[in-house]
Write a protein that binds this ligand. Sequence first.
Ligand code: SAM
Length: 288
Amino acid sequence: MVQAAMTQAEYWNGEVGQRWARSQAVLDAVFAPLTEALFSGAALPPGAAILDVGCGAGATALIAARAAGAGGRVLAADLSAPLLSVARGRPVRAGDAPVAWIEADAETHAFGADAFDHAISRFGVMFFSDSHAAFANIRRALKPGGRLTFLCWRAMADNPWVTVPRAAVLPLVPDASPPDPDGPGPFRFADPEGLARLLEAAGFDAVACEPVARDLVLGRAQDGAARTAAEAAAAVVVGLGPVSRLLRDREPPVRQAALEAVTEALVPHARDGAVRLGAGCWLVSAAG
Ligand SMILES: C[S@@+](CC[C@H](N)C(=O)[O-])C[C@H]1O[C@@H](n2cnc3c(N)ncnc32)[C@H](O)[C@@H]1O
């Protein structure tokens, strides 16, 4: 896998981080139903001190700031400069908690002991080089009684928004190596029992993994046409996420062929001018 050859800092500061940064608005719209599930599970109270781990372009830190209100605070950490640059440009609304954005590795950064009531993450915890070290570090940052709540992906098979376009792309990149199930990557925590063991070894208890299933709107068409919606959705899934990984470092003709193949595969999933496909996550909560 190409990703394994570089560090996560290089990966998220390079072309991938820049692509994610450019796509912040699209990503936040696509992930909105999952974000809602994260915050409904976290139930952040007013006045809370919140750590957003792998905050990316900042959407969840800003929602946390709204929940915590003026009496709270948010520290949003990520190791990607391009994503943090987008996040820093987003306004914090009057009456929300102040947000501090820091370029930091969650595995090693000294967040301060007993500093936070709650740590949250939307898909920011599956890419650590040393997951045990990172979760132990996050736990140290929590006050006694503090909580961790995050979203991670269930197995690829539970995510048609990945498997449908992936099946269309694979014939074009037959040499693509399969993802390493234990290495940094989106599906690394698909096994909830292994994840619970990992979190317990890092010092958490009362670990719960609740399945969350939502349809994601991957693309819409102004004209209501299935093909236009499929084209919009194909641009999203080929540009970001697990399918885009298959196409990294591929020549433009391969990428173009992939876009066309994915568009064809998505047309049958368009209804009422939108392509919707299922996503499956774990909503993970634990006590620090
Ligand atoms: C899939 S993105 C999710 C970003 C954001 N949470 C969102 O939902 O849009 C994963 C994020 O985790 C960050 N990340 C990966 N390893 C990290 C680490 N060790 N410490 C801090 N952030 C990390 C990446 O830079 C990237 O922004």
